[in-house]
Design a protein around this ligand. Structure first.
Ligand code: FAD
Length: 547
């Protein structure tokens, strides 16, 4: 849909007059070229995942005008990015960097402060600077997507040699996803752990390189193979923050393990969750379960079919469990409640050993069923998990967004130990609060290594203000109640960033104050992504911006 604007356009960020803002943009056009500075004065077009807008969040939980860009600029090089931040400091204009802006569920392309100038890095800075087949590394710019790297590996005849780890959707930026600490599903799924060295433009315009890239000469030689360099390891402050703009990043790639075999098990009862976690934990920590183990609830499996809720239920409120089970009866999940999707890697004799161990452990849950993949049709969800866990980007996962008309979604993603009582407590907490707000509960447990993220996607109608209000209320309650029990979010949507940052309040908010000190030192004018991850510069703090 194309949405007409309400209020004056372009939206001018606070603290600068409309005339000055327009004059400042004219000045920036002189520096970058007129075609690389776009004022956001047109109707807002939502598009879809592959043709997403860069001006706002197409899956917004608030009014679309709330987190909206005043303008979008397209740097073509690190030098252009330096020009933009220097310009922002001269005019005191907030800027918000995105790599590709497909951060759907967490704010999409939207800036946290209304009227910010979005720096769309990916449009022109989209080069794969290096692929090294000996070291299994690459060096990329912000506009390189998981699909882009996958295609390039194909062109260079390297796809059989090395794999790119991809999140559920392959259209995102490798840098954008990694700096937001996103995850994929091969053994290289912890993207931040797999990156190696950054080039960063600081908010005042200096350019630094971290890790081995910081060597005076010849940093490229070891950039991708050793992440730490010498001295303090500074990379961490450039992830989930607003301390710098990443313009290059080294990334490690996975050697083809010589074979792979996806597998699927189902378990009958909701109550199986606890005992199952006790089985999963030792297998996962010992890497017998080798990739991010996914345990999905049957409601999520039904939604992943891509059919809208209205196909199964025409009443109001949450879909009754018997209808979910009736729908599931037509799928491989059958009359069961949990579906486990996993992948075993290596040649057949190595896989056989691990798969036998997994099988004997999983079968300790009474009624456990192993699904034979050869019985599954081509468009069955299992095959999407199979592709993703073997380095092939995909977009099947988008289908569950169709659950609601004008489907949009927002995520609750707390971190928990892989323990039965914790999984059960979190499950009950989410279920209870969803019931309170009349929202369908679609949990999926994603087991990293020693922890798991519970990912609960709330799917809502983006044109229904009442439904959006309930979704936000549900999320806010879950964040607070989970935090009180010791479960913090691993990542969050723009709208929840202050609240989530507040839950990391040990020692009277010492970490938040430390972040503010870094912010004020690195970004004295507070121009870079104010408010991102709950970090506000001095110019904004305590002036009513937090929500
Ligand atoms: P961007 O939107 O470009 O970046 C994300 C944020 O990081 C930006 O808002 C910005 O604040 C910051 N940033 C970006 N680039 C820079 C930079 N160069 N310098 C400084 N800061 C920067 N995500 C997962 O991780 N795993 C999943 O499995 C997954 N599944 C999804 C399934 C569905 C159906 C949907 C809709 C979304 C899913 N997502 C998932 C969320 C999201 O799509 C991805 O994380 C996506 O990769 C993020 O978008 P992007 O890569 O374009 O990043």
């Amino acid at each position: 849909p194309v949405n007409p604007r309400s209020g004056e356009v372009p939206v001018v960020p606070q603290g600068i007059s409309r005339d000055d803002f327009l004059q400042a943009l004219e000045e920036l056009k002189q520096e970058l070229g007129g075609e690389n500075v776009e004022v956001n004065d047109k109707p807002l077009r939502d598009g879809w995942y592959m043709e997403h807008p860069n001006t706002h969040d197409m899956m917004t939980i608030l009014d679309e005008e709330e987190f909206v860009a005043g303008a979008v600029v397209y740097p073509g090089s690190t030098e252009d990015v330096v020009k933009i931040v220097k310009w922002a400091n001269r005019w005191l204009v907030p800027v918000f960097p995105i790599s590709m802006g497909r951060n759907l569920g967490y704010g999409g392309a939207a800036p946290r402060v209304r009227g910010s100038v979005t720096i769309d890095l990916g449009r022109r800075m989209n080069k794969i600077l290096d692929i090294n087949p000996q070291d299994y590394t690459c060096l990329v710019e912000p506009g390189v997507s998981f699909y882009g790297l996958y295609e390039e590996l194909g062109k260079r005849g390297l796809r059989e040699h090395m794999w790119v780890d991809t999140p559920d959707l392959g259209g995102g930026s490798i840098i954008g996803n990694t700096v937001d600490r996103g995850v994929g599903y091969t053994p290289y799924g912890d993207h931040w752990a797999c990156h190696s060295g950054l080039e960063v433009v600081l908010p005042t315009g200096e350019v630094i390189r971290t890790g081995m890239g910081a060597l005076t000469e010849g940093g490229e030689n070891t950039w991708g193979v050793f992440p730490y360099g010498f001295g303090p390891y500074s990379d961490g402050i450039f992830s989930q923050s607003n301390f710098g703009i990443v313009t290059k990043m080294g990334m490690t790639l996975m050697p083809n393990p010589g074979g792979h075999e996806g597998f699927m098990y189902t378990f009958p009862n909701e109550e199986d969750l606890g005992p199952l976690m006790e089985i999963i934990r030792p297998l996962r920590i010992a890497t017998i379960l080798e990739n991010v183990a996914q345990l999905r609830h049957v409601t999520q499996s039904i939604a992943a079919s891509g059919l809208p809720k209205s196909k199964f239920y025409s009443g109001t409120g949450t879909i009754p469990p018997d209808l979910i089970h009736a729908a599931a009866a037509q799928t491989p999940v059958g009359d069961h409640t949990w579906a486990y999707y996993g992948m075993s890697y290596g040649p057949p004799h190595i896989r056989a050993h691990k798969l036998a161990l997994i099988d004997s452990e999983f079968r300790k849950i009474p009624g456990c069923r192993k699904i034979d993949p050869s019985t599954l049709p081509e468009d069955e969800y299992f095959w999407s998990r199979d592709r993703i866990a073997s380095g092939t980007p995909d977009i099947h996962e988008l289908r569950w967004v169709n659950w609601a008309p004008n489907g949009a979604h927002i995520a609750f993603s707390p971190v928990s130990p892989i323990r039965g009582p914790d999984a059960t407590k979190l499950f009950q907490l989410g279920k209870r609060i969803h019931e309170r707000y009349g929202i369908d509960f679609m949990p999926a447990f994603c087991v990293g290594l020693r922890e798991m993220h519970l990912i609960v996607e709330i799917v809502f109608d983006r044109d229904d203000a009442e439904e959006k209000g309930r979704a936000l209320g549900c999320l806010r309650d879950m964040v607070d109640e989970a935090a009180r029990e010791g479960y913090g979010e691993y990542r969050t949507h723009l709208v929840l960033m202050d609240q989530v940052a507040g839950t990391y309040g040990w020692n009277d908010g010492a970490l938040g104050r430390f972040n503010e000190r870094l912010k004020d030192a690195l970004d004295p004018n507070g121009i870079l992504a104010p408010g991102r991850c709950g970090i506000w510069g001095r110019r904004y703090r305590g002036r009513g911006w937090e929500m």
